[in-house]
Design a protein around this ligand. Structure first.
Ligand SMILES: CC(C)(COP(=O)(O)OP(=O)(O)OC[C@H]1O[C@@H](n2cnc3c(N)ncnc32)[C@H](O)[C@@H]1OP(=O)(O)O)[C@@H](O)C(=O)NCCC(=O)NCCS
Length: 322
């Protein structure tokens, strides 16, 4: 065994659809502004399912598609920046919900690139020979850290989960993964944490919300996405002609289109579902992969590229044959 491959995928989103027209009633914005600047038409906002609940549904669907049982999984990795609580991790909460054996289970925090990081780790751990089957998930309830009085950010995000099952393979599946990170000292995309104790008093702090310098993040993303795609291709024997689909992190339609233009990627090779979900952070890539598979945009044997970027700063991508 020298490779790993994806043998099934699944995803889940909350039922609650919030349209741009509904956002117009919350902040000073317009459907026209949101659609033309981002490509988003609606998003899902959870009111009763936490990150582990969405992860549970996505995991069940992925295992069903792979025709495997939860008891056969010996590695569980959940990429998230919006866990139900700081600890236990979503992976352990999920392990209990799925009634799994005592196995290796942990969360990964690499923001919107989290799923790519989790794939990188799972691929290496399986190829080491120590693990036989991994469940890898990206799950978020990002709207709970979104400030719904800040029009610069609140129109962008949504809640979702996506999952894949990975196992050893004699033929190439996950062919190459790249993960990169660079400390964000300028605070381009941050969420404030717990304050330090001052004289053992507990400071009264407002609920923390994510903060973003949108146009700076935009510039970073439009550099990071082509860089990763170029590197994945140049480190392999493939060209864009061999790629069936580019499944990018769905943060902004303009970021995907601009990268596509720079690299002369035909439009029909750029997968897009941002209009329905907005930016769902670590869930975005596995949700998109699952939708691409279920809608037959990706078929068994197809080679595809996936790429993500986010807070950290983090970025990365993978070249995967189904
Ligand atoms: C956030 C983003 C959509 C803003 O688009 P933009 O074209 O850069 O717009 P700007 O930030 O330059 O803002 C332009 C104007 O629109 C306004 N604006 C911002 N949000 C608005 C909204 N929801 N509705 C209406 N107007 C809005 C701004 O206040 C600004 O007004 P001003 O010129 O009077 O100051 C874009 O920068 C982006 O997508 N950045 C990347 C974000 C991202 O991907 N984050 C996650 C990474 S994983």
């Amino acid at each position: 065994m020298s490779y790993t491959r994806i043998i099934g995928s699944g995803s889940a989103v909350p039922d609650n659809v919030v349209t741009n027209a509904m956002m117009e009633a919350i902040v000073e914005t317009s459907d026209e502004w949101i659609q033309s600047r981002t490509g988003i038409v609606e998003r899902r906002i959870s009111t009763d399912q936490n990150t582990s609940d969405l992860a549970y549904l996505a995991a069940k669907r992925a295992m069903e598609a792979a025709a495997v049982d939860a008891k056969s999984i010996d590695l569980l990795i959940v990429a998230t920046v919006t866990p139900d609580m700081p600890f236990p991790g979503v992976s352990q909460l999920l392990q209990r919900k799925l009634n799994m054996h005592p196995i290796t289970a942990f969360d990964v925090n690499a923001a919107c690139s989290g799923f790519i990081y989790a794939i990188n780790v799972a691929d290496a751990m399986i190829r080491s020979g120590s693990y036989r089957r991994a469940l890898v998930i990206g799950a978020e309830t990002l709207t709970k850290i979104t400030d719904f009085t800040d029009r610069n950010t609140c129109v962008l995000f949504g809640d979702a989960a996506g999952a894949v099952v990975i196992e050893p393979s004699d033929t190439p599946g996950i062919e190459r993964v790249i993960t990169r990170s660079k400390g964000d000292h300028e605070g381009l995309l941050t969420l404030e944490g717990y304050p330090l104790k001052q004289g053992f008093k507990t400071p009264q702090k407002p609920w923390p919300f994510l903060q973003m310098q949108g146009s700076e993040v935009f510039k970073f993303a439009t550099r990071a996405m082509p860089e990763i795609i170029n590197d994945l291709l140049s480190q392999s024997s493939y060209t864009m002609d061999d790629i069936a689909l580019v499944v990018a992190h769905q943060a902004n339609r303009r970021i995907i289109e601009s990268s596509g233009k720079k690299l002369r990627i035909p439009e029909d090779k750029l997968f897009m579902n941002i209009e329905h979900y907005g930016n769902t952070s670590a869930a975005s890539v596995p949700l998109a992969i699952d939708e691409a598979i279920r809608s037959n945009r990706l078929k068994k044997g197809d080679l595809f590229l996936t790429v993500a970027f986010g807070a950290g700063l983090t970025w990365g991508g993978a070249l995967i044959r189904l």
